[in-house]
Design a binder for this molecule. Structure first.
Ligand code: ASP
Ligand code: MG
Length: 403
């Protein structure tokens, strides 16, 4: 089998970790597999490199930042190859450009355009283990580019797709994807399988586990992802298109406290006003999440929407200064809310999930401010102070036997 493995920064943080990873790789190779391993920079290396740059020039060009940041993965790839050499296995470490990663020229968050896999294939043909520096590529000017923070996951998925690998394995220091944050919900349990869409919706639970862009790419190219624990080496969670649904209605409960809600009170109730508001916000690249509009009364209505806290100020300013109908209206911003969501593709064909969620909240006497639904997700906005209590209660309602 051809296996692409990915090891993150914490898995290669120090010499002992690097040796442990080398052992995982050579064990797999000894079983008769062809192995390509994509690595991130060791531990906090990328942050440290960025800090070094800031000391010298906080406004450094993105091109030079990529030149600098890509060094982290160059180091870890070389060190891992050395650890494999020490175990007396044939190995070669390749930088992004050597492994054929062609990207666009969007320094700092470049997109992979294509991968010329000839060098990797040639090395595999010589029976070598191939180590590839993640997070980086080269553009048409022969400049080094990076793929954005957490980009090594994308490198691994893209390489697995281009090589038509039989397996794409993400080794992690967690067991897999869980139904809730285990630090907050003691009954949280590991999922054996999850769909790409659910994984994307569970971003707040899964973010530390898999990069969203990597999951999107895996979905696009149908690359099944296995999340494996570096410690137990046991398969944790498999991310794929369709999963056997078991009897599980939902896959997880998440909390997001990065929510600002902005209310515009007593707007004129005329056609086109929502268009004006949200097109202006879009033109400033402000991502809107939940939108609520009240029923009109006395020819006015209220519109309330949520966005990330960092956008709140810009959103308020944009509304005030660029829409004349809003100039004299009351616009309020509230940062005290949190969004709690349940996610599960099973909800599509099972009515009643919303009622179960609301019942759990009612039993805890938690008030709901806003509700938003999609095919596979129900989100409620509530007081941030109630969020942990709400997550636990909802989790208990959907996974009663575990609590
Ligand atoms: N080293 C890069 C980062 O820390 C890329 C990665 O870890 O995937 O963002
Ligand atoms: Mg990193």
């Amino acid at each position: 089998m051809l296996i692409v493995m990915k090891f993150g920064g914490s898995s290669v943080a120090d010499a002992e970790c690097v040796r442990h990873v080398a052992e995982i790789i050579t064990d797999c190779y000894e079983e008769g597999n062809s192995v390509v391993a994509v690595v991130s920079a060791q531990g906090d290396t990328t942050d440290d490199l960025i800090a070094k740059a800031n000391e010298i020039n906080p406004k450094a060009s993105k091109r030079e930042m990529d030149m600098l940041e890509s060094a982290g993965e160059q180091m870890s790839a070389a060190l891992l190859a050395m650890a494999i050499e020490a175990r007396r296995f044939p190995v070669v470490a390749l930088l992004g450009w050597q492994a054929g990663f062609m990207t666009d020229s969007n320094y700092g968050s470049a997109r992979i355009k294509n991968i010329d896999t000839s060098r990797v294939r040639e090395e595999l043909g010589k029976n070598k283990i191939v180590i590839v520096a993640g997070f980086q590529g080269i553009n048409k000017y022969d400049d080094i580019t990076t793929l954005g923070r957490g980009g090594s996951d994308t490198s691994a998925v893209a390489l697995a797709a281009s090589l038509h690998a039989d397996r794409c394995r993400f080794y992690k220091d967690v067991d897999g994807i869980l139904t809730a944050d285990p630090r907050k919900v003691p009954g949280a349990r590991k999922l054996d399988e999850i769909t790409y869409d659910e994984m994307l919706e569970l971003a707040t639970l899964g973010a530390q586990v898999l990069n969203n862009r990597a999951v999107e790419m895996a979905k696009k190219y149908s690359v099944e992802l296995e999340i494996i624990s570096t410690i137990t080496r046991k398969p944790g969670t498999i991310v794929k298109e369709v999963i056997s649904m078991e009897k599980m209605l939902i896959r997880g409960v998440t909390k997001d406290t990065d929510v600002a809600s902005i209310s515009i009170i007593a707007l004129p109730d005329t056609p086109g006003i929502a268009f004006k508001i949200f097109s202006k916000l879009a033109s400033k690249n402000i991502n809107i999440d939940i939108i609520l509009q009240s029923i009109g009364r006395n020819s006015t209505k209220d519109i309330i929407f949520t966005c990330k806290k960092e956008y709140a100020e810009l959103a308020m300013e944009t509304l005030r200064s660029s829409i004349k109908e809003l100039a004299d209206l009351k616009i309020e911003c509230d940062m005290s809310g949190a969004k709690v969501s349940v996610v599960g593709a099973g909800m599509e064909s099972h009515p009643g999930a919303a009622a179960m969620m609301f019942e759990a909240l009612y039993e805890e006497n938690v008030n709901i401010r806003m509700i938003a639904t999609s095919e596979i997700k129900i989100s409620v906005l509530l007081d941030a102070a109630d969020a942990d209590k709400a997550v636990s209660a909802i989790h208990k309602k959907f996974f009663p036997e575990e609590n």
